[in-house]
Design a protein around this ligand. Structure first.
Ligand code: 6OG
Length: 192
């Protein structure tokens, strides 16, 4: 008898996070300046049509920080002045896809943000983040990021619907957990 197909997780506790391996590593980077934050309307990729921070999947051999800086330049043609680690999200989707996302922020960027094939720039007031047009998890942790509190989030999503979440604020001593993380040179599979 073939064994039954595995039951997709519905809750954060259903997942063995120590054994968990993401399909993709990705990034988000929030440029902040004068009480505003630089977001994008995403034109393609996962989350197309939503507002998000610029970011994307790592290329072979990149660290998350390198990828975060590259993605902002590619998507908006501006160069963040820094990339300060802000937190990490582990997203598990019911269809088996998963993503480990490192989040950064920068005080300012050099250049003027412009539209590219990937994104439309959107400077928004930090008091008026358009959560209704963003992924469901964002309202849970962007307020932490804006207060300078680092976070560790774990989530179960069914498509765009968030089924469960656990977001923890980190002590400062836990910072820069991304050091040493590097996507292997040989891609395990093509990104969808
Ligand atoms: P590309 O398809 O652009 O990489 N991403 C998410 N961002 C938020 N805020 N919430 C989620 O909830 C997300 N899932 C994915 C990470 C995907 C980009 O989309 C972000 C990457 O920047 C589920 O290569």
């Amino acid at each position: 008898m073939p064994s039954p197909p595995p039951v997709p997780p519905r809750h954060v506790e259903d997942i063995d996070w120590l054994a968990w391996q993401p399909v993709d590593l990705a990034t988000l980077l929030f440029v902040r300046d004068g009480g505003r934050v630089l977001l994008i309307e995403k034109k393609r990729g996962l989350g197309q049509g939503l507002v998000n921070a610029p970011g994307g999947r790592l290329e072979p051999g990149e660290t998350p920080r390198q990828a975060a800086l590259r993605e902002v330049e590619e998507e908006l043609r501006v160069r963040p002045r820094e990339a300060v680690w802000a937190g990490r999200h582990r997203f598990q989707f019911c269809d088996g896809y998963s993503m480990d996302v490192h989040v950064y922020q920068s005080r300012g960027a050099d250049g003027v943000a412009e539209e590219t094939p990937e994104a439309i720039p959107l400077w928004v007031d930090e008091e008026a983040i358009p959560y209704a047009r963003m992924w469901a998890d964002d309202a849970l942790w962007i307020p932490l990021l804006l207060r300078g509190v680092r976070f560790d989030g774990r989530y179960v999503f069914d498509g765009a619907r968030m089924l469960d979440h656990r977001v923890e604020a980190l002590a400062t001593a836990d910072a820069d957990l991304d050091i040493g993380v590097r996507r292997p040179e040989t891609p395990q599979r093509d990104a969808p």
